[in-house]
Design a protein around this ligand. Sequence first.
Ligand SMILES: [Zn+2]
Ligand SMILES: [Zn+2]
Length: 95
Amino acid sequence: MAFLFRCPECRTRRRDYGLFTQHLRETGHKVCICGGYHYKHRPGSPFCVANPMSPALLASRYGASGSEVAEIALEISIAAPSPATKKRRAMACPF
Ligand SMILES: [Zn+2]
Ligand SMILES: [Zn+2]
């Protein structure tokens, strides 16, 4: 079975990696390779670290109850009012 590379932006598939990267160059589609998924994905996908709610979703994936997940989500929304703010703060921090 051939491995297919799927673009997370437009969801089209490419048969090999060369064609896939060519597609990304031509269309400007972006993929993210953070640890949230074991494959390349769209930045901001539910489990992506670019998504501020990813810790809550990860907790739910690892078996946390609904109220625990809601609690984590609440903590996140208090700590990081918006993804933009979070990003700026992260960039200002040298560590
Ligand atoms: Zn695409
Ligand atoms: Zn990601």
